[in-house]
Design a protein around this ligand. Structure first.
Ligand code: PLP
Length: 354
């Protein structure tokens, strides 16, 4: 529709709008002559730096270089982790709503997805998780800040989860991709808790505006890290050299993501606009850059609702069906202020039926 000349207000972005930060461009520019394979698990300097930062960030003394595998983004890290952990038919618990790729990644690895709904306030429902654990349960994927809700899971629910999983052979896979995009000071990463079996996946995509560079990493016990590296050695190989250099540059900057102050303003603008639209319910996101709209007072057919919103008003959201949550729609506030304001005005008209 945009190509046909329609004004489209696109609130579907899953990535920052800014270019590659200049300090990363400058550092990587100095290393473009480097063209050789690196160790499959990544440059030793990068693994050491990731381990050092992670020890502090997660308060986990056991993390060393040997626990780290650098990957071409979080997706291959998740896929390799699932391949390493589960056998065909094993169950993996996924709190829903959930990011679109978990189901496919689990099924590609031969596993069976077991969905557990988040609570109404988008927190982990630990009792519901407990009710779904069987002898086949091998892992649970926990993502906080959470896509698509922007929620950060409460410390109380995480502590209950530690108790629930104690002495169980269930690996917590912490998808921490949004862990640097946080607005709520209450946030504590899942990776900081004392789970018996923990794998952390994280990366530079979302916080450092490096989505297209494809660079992330996995942290796990040595056997898992080794199994993941073995798998990658025959499939994807090492993450690209410039991207590993970009990650080194990003780690050398010990600051909050450049984009955070702007995102805070955009979040504010969006929630103020949404407050004025009746029948749309939402929770203030504590992290990431999404607001998950509850449109159940209007319809549960969010796919149809989003399509009509797009066709009639030119506003694009992602329908909740994509996240196993009909009756919801994801709004990404990675857009300039003029676009956000116009989109909110058009959404308001649409909900009123104008
Ligand atoms: N995990 C979550 C929750 C995401 O939202 C995304 C991207 O949208 C990813 C993982 C994928 O990250 P990457 O681009 O580093 O593969």
């Amino acid at each position: 529709m945009a190509v046909e000349g329609r004004d489209i207000y696109n609130l579907t972005a899953g990535e920052l709008a800014i270019d590659t930060p200049l300090y990363i461009q400058a550092e990587v520019g100095k290393t473009l002559h480097l063209n050789k394979y690196t160790p499959v698990a990544g440059l030793s300097e990068l693994r050491a730096n990731i381990a050092m930062k992670a020890r502090t960030f997660y308060h986990q003394d056991w993390i060393e270089s040997a626990n780290v595998v650098v990957t071409a983004g979080v997706k291959p890290a998740l896929y390799a982790a699932l391949m390493a952990i589960i056998n065909p038919g094993d169950e993996v618990i996924v709190p829903v709503p959930a990011w679109v790729s978990y189901h496919s990644l689990i099924e590609l690895a031969g596993g069976v997805v077991v969905e557990v709904a988040l609570s109404d306030s988008f927190d982990l429902d630990v009792n519901a998780v407990g009710a779904k654990i069987t002898t086949r349960t091998k892992a649970i994927i926990i993502n906080s800040p959470h896509n698509p809700t922007g929620s950060i899971f409460s410390q109380m629910s995480m502590e209950k989860m530690v108790d629930l999983l104690r002495d169980k052979a269930v690996t917590v896979i912490a998808d921490d991709i949004y862990s640097k995009l946080v607005y709520d000071p209450e946030f504590v990463s899942i990776g900081s808790y004392d789970f018996d079996k923990l794998v952390i996946v994280n990366g530079f995509s979302k916080s450092q505006a490096l989505t297209g560079w494809r660079i992330g990493y996995l942290i796990g016990e040595k056997e898992i890290a080794q199994a993941v590296a073995n798998l990658l050695s025959h499939t994807m190989g090492n993450a690209s050299v410039p991207s590993q250099q970009a990650a080194l540059a990003a780690l050398a900057q010990n600051d909050v993501p450049q984009a955070l102050p702007q995102l805070i303003k955009q979040r504010q603008l969006v929630v103020e606009g949404l407050m004025r639209i009746p029948r749309l319910k939402y929770h203030l996101p504590g992290g990431a850059f999404y607001v998950f709209l509850n449109i159940r007072d209007i319809t549960v057919d969010s796919a149809k609702w989003c399509e009509e919103l797009l066709v009639k008003k030119g506003v694009a959201l992602v329908p909740g069906e994509a996240f196993s949550a009909p009756g919801f729609a994801r709004l990404s506030f990675v857009a300039d202020e003029a676009t956000l304001l116009k989109a909110l005005a058009l959404m308001s008209e649409f909900v009123r039926g104008d």
